[in-house]
Ligand binder design. Structure first.
Ligand SMILES: [Fe+2]
Length: 348
């Protein structure tokens, strides 16, 4: 299932340069390119003539995309403006275009009803684009698993205790956490506190902790698939959880998942940190630690997906730690129903 009437991240800004860039999003082929004024255009990656992918063509003067097969040229609105073998161009020779917005070093795309697109609905990821306040680095991982398995993962961080013991996890994160789930305007917030426990390896590296720490994880889920995690730790006994939380480390783990197909996903993520922000070695170290952890997660998603595709088996059995996941799934199911209802209303 895909939710269409939402913004999705299509690419990192650096991925879209002076060549057409192909990416399948919500199971549709899309080609992105940067025009001569530097802004990004997104078209259906399928020539309306004989369905060749436009992405194997070339850019002409930055603003026209030429199909490689028969040389038809399309402008940034998707309209064919030149056919080498004839003067008249059929009006129907037009490729679908998608609304795009560049923000926070991400290229956002709207795949749904254009009349519903509102830039104000793009979630706040300013941590990626405020270098005077945050060091940050991110990437995109291709995952052979359905997007909701990734959402589930980030909403239940008890898995850190078994999956990520060499980096961001230890036993306390599952056994000693005080967790609370609440609804936000659009999504779910899960707050987790682990008081007076050893710092996990990444926190020792990043924060130099020599004592036990009070550690928090605030997980903000905004549908369909945005997860902004405020995480950090301070030395135990320095005022947490009600105090100013000074003297430790604060990070943001920032995630935007875009379905590629029903069984594959583009996993855009980044790690931001508020300490030693102008030191690229620190940014690289923090990023590297999370990358190591996320590769461990990807191995699990892909293994889950293989099992699900072979045989789903009986219904899943939940545990208490699933509280935020269950709320999120409920919200996603409601959104899906309301989109399908809207589709029926207009006879699609
Ligand atoms: Fe993980």
């Amino acid at each position: 299932m895909f939710l269409r009437n939402h913004w999705y991240v299509a690419a990192w800004d650096y991925e879209i340069a002076d060549k057409p860039f192909a990416r399948r999003l919500l199971d549709e082929p899309v080609v992105l390119f940067r025009g001569s004024d530097g802004t990004v255009t997104a078209l259906e990656d399928r020539c309306p003539h004989r369905r060749a992918p436009l992405s194997i063509g070339r850019l002409i003067a930055g603003d026209r995309l030429q199909c490689h097969y028969h040389g038809l040229e399309f402008d940034r609105s998707g309209q064919c403006v030149r056919a080498p073998s004839q003067a008249d161009i059929p009006a129907a020779m037009r490729a679908r275009t998608y609304r795009v917005v560049e923000r926070y070093h991400w290229v956002w795309i709207w795949m749904g009803d254009p009349a519903l697109a509102d830039e104000a609905d793009i979630p706040d990821f300013h941590f990626l684009s405020t270098p005077d306040k945050w060091g940050a680095k991110g990437t995109v991982m291709h995952v052979k698993a359905n997007w909701q398995l990734i959402v589930d993962n980030l909403l239940d961080l008890t898995h850190l205790a078994t999956v990520h013991v060499t980096t961001i996890g230890n036993a306390a994160i599952a056994e000693k956490a005080q967790a609370r789930v609440s609804r936000t305007q659009k999504g779910v917030l899960m707050t987790r506190w682990v008081m007076n426990a050893p710092a996990p390896p990444t926190y020792v590296k990043a924060g130099g902790f020599t004592t036990n720490v009070d550690r928090w994880q605030f997980i903000d889920f905004t549908p369909p698939a945005f997860l902004r995690l405020h995480v950090g730790g301070v030395p135990t006994g320095t005022g947490a959880p009600d105090g100013p939380l000074e003297g430790g480390i604060h990070m943001r783990n920032l995630n935007a998942i875009t379905p590629e197909t029903e069984t594959t996903s583009h996993y855009f993520w980044a790690q931001a940190h508020d300490f030693d922000i102008h030191n690229p070695a620190t940014t690289e170290m923090v990023f590297g630690q999370v990358r190591e952890a996320f590769l461990e997660d990807v191995a699990i998603f892909e293994a889950q997906q293989r099992i699900i595709e072979r045989d789903r088996g009986p219904p899943e059995v939940d545990i208490a730690a699933d509280a935020a996941q269950i709320q999120a799934r409920r919200i996603l199911a409601q959104l899906y129903e309301s989109e399908r209802g809207g589709d029926r209303a207009v006879g699609r």
